[in-house]
Design a protein around this ligand. Sequence first.
Ligand code: PEP
Ligand code: MN
Length: 236
Amino acid sequence: MMIIAGPCSIEGPEFINLAIQLKKLGATHIRGGVFKPRSSPFRFSGLGKEALPYLHAAHEATGLPMVVEAMSAEQMDILYDYVDVFQVGARNATSTELLKEFGRQDKPVLYKRGMGQTIEEFLMGADFILNEGNQNVILCERGIRTFEPYTRNTFDLSCIAAAKGLSKLPIVADPSHATGRRELVLPVAFGALAAGADGLIVEVHQNPDVALTDGAQSLDLPMFEKLMIGARLYDQ
Ligand code: PEP
Ligand code: MN
């Protein structure tokens, strides 16, 4: 089972110790934002190049693959030597020219569902990557926009089960961005695994209340430990 865990954004050297702790608790991949897509240009948008040494050190310390979002071909070039899996964010899920660029990369791609994509459009989006030659695509259901404001997005559980039937690609669930609330992350994660998800991507921070991005949905380490205990029950 793929368990991708880490902070929304890499904020500094503490990322390295967090990655070590996450590995001890069972993470198979480490995530960390370098260039962050934000809803306002006036909010913290990641450390950018300053985060690269921390990414390198975390990889050296854990040996785990690093999963990082790229939003342009230029960012793919900057990140290339530091990243093992490129993430396509929900905001770029329908940028077909960019998807083709991911399709020309020789690294796996985690493709997140766009907030307004139907299941069919989501799978057709993945085809833009596959069609350029890159067959290492991992789908990610991260919630879609609905009229419900209590949660950040609405997690589409049926997408997990449907994608397992419609596509050969693995699919992981992102209960962090789907719910926006850390107290909902574990139950939604377990629901996704019960529906057949091949893994999870979750945001974890050493001190979520002071996280620079997405603290409300970030687990602390004790919560991540509980998540791992439950997730093992679904590991075949
Ligand atoms: C993220 O993973 O931090 C992120 C921005 O996710 P999404 O593209 O799903 O909103
Ligand atoms: Mn985030």
